[in-house]
Structure formats: C-alpha cells, structure tokens
Design a protein around this ligand. Sequence first.
Ligand SMILES: [Fe+2]
Length: 208
Amino acid sequence: MIALPYDHIEGLVSERFLTEHVKLWQGYLAMLRRVDRRLSDPLAGGGSPKLDSPLRLLYEAQSYALNGALLHELYFENLGAEPSNPDPSAALTAAMRRCSDVAGCSMTEQLILAGLVSKSGWAMMSYDFDHGDLRIQSIDSHNDGVSMRNMPLIVLDCWEHAYWGDWGVDREGYLKKALTHLRWNVINRRYDEARQAHNAKLQAYPKP
Ligand SMILES: [Fe+2]
C-alpha cells in the first residue's frame, strides 16, 4: 500500500474528497484479494469448467480490481500538491512534440480530449515500448480500452468521483487544473524505464 505525500491539492481536490477517493482505491485492493482467493481454487464446486465454473467472471473481476488499484496508484503518484515541477525531460519533450506535430494539437490537449470522451474511466499518455511511440488512451471503467505493453506515463482519473465533489460537471476544468499539478520527475522516470524496455527489445530483435 502506498502512502500519499499530500492530504489535499489546493484548487484541485479537497481533503474530504481525497479521503473518500483513497477509500475507494483500498476497496479495489480488497476486491483483488477476494478474487485472488477464489482463483486459488478455480474448480471449487466441481462441474464442467466451461459450463459451471465462475472462472470467466473471476478473471474479468480480477482485471477490473487489479487495474482499478494500479491506475489509482499511478494517478495519485503523478500528482503533487505543488504546481508542476520540474519540467518534462528534453527527451520526453521532443517525443511529445513529434506526436503533437502528427496529431495537430499538443499531447496535453489530446489527453484532455481523451478524458472528455471517456465514460467513467481514465485518460492516459503511455509509451508503447514495442514500437517506441507515445500514445493517448481513453479507458472506460478500468479495463476497457487498455492496450498491452504500454507503460503509463500520465494517468488522469476521469470517474465522476474524482472531480464531482470539487468541480461539479466541469470535467474539463478539473483535467486542465490536474495538468498544472503533474509531477514531471515521476513521469520522466516512467518514460526512462519504458525507453529502457524499448531499447532491450531492439537489442533482442534488431530492425532489419
Ligand atoms: Fe478514482
């Protein structure tokens, strides 16, 4: 379990709603433990695995609970009480600029758009360490729209519980404010880790 380095973020989330949000995250961890216990005896109750076992529901519940816990940890970690500090690294700035040139708007603008079109879910900028590209993802729930082998770099919670108490219906205002509280030192570290994974892949499978 992680310990949050802040108890509220001035102008973004109040102490009361952050406390409730942390309870929700702890609920996903508790749900994951219950699912894992059930999966430790997957054929309990006998019968045909295909027809009678709750395995399919358990595996679906596992991805929901696991992603629900991990996405919250990534989200809490990449926000800080202080305004954004430091800046994106030179390498990440260049990568974000390249992607912006292709899309015609900045990566942070694309991230806000992804957050606005998600249902109850998440907006994420990730690094596809197979292809070496930055990607924007809009995730519904916790497990619908997640791509494999993409390292999360920036994770923003777009479920109503994340902003409704402090921002009402203004999801866009909440997202724009959240972008001013990003911990770029954390995001730069994630990017460096993902690039190492990409370089390892290139060494194992050099491009022809
Ligand atoms: Fe949340």
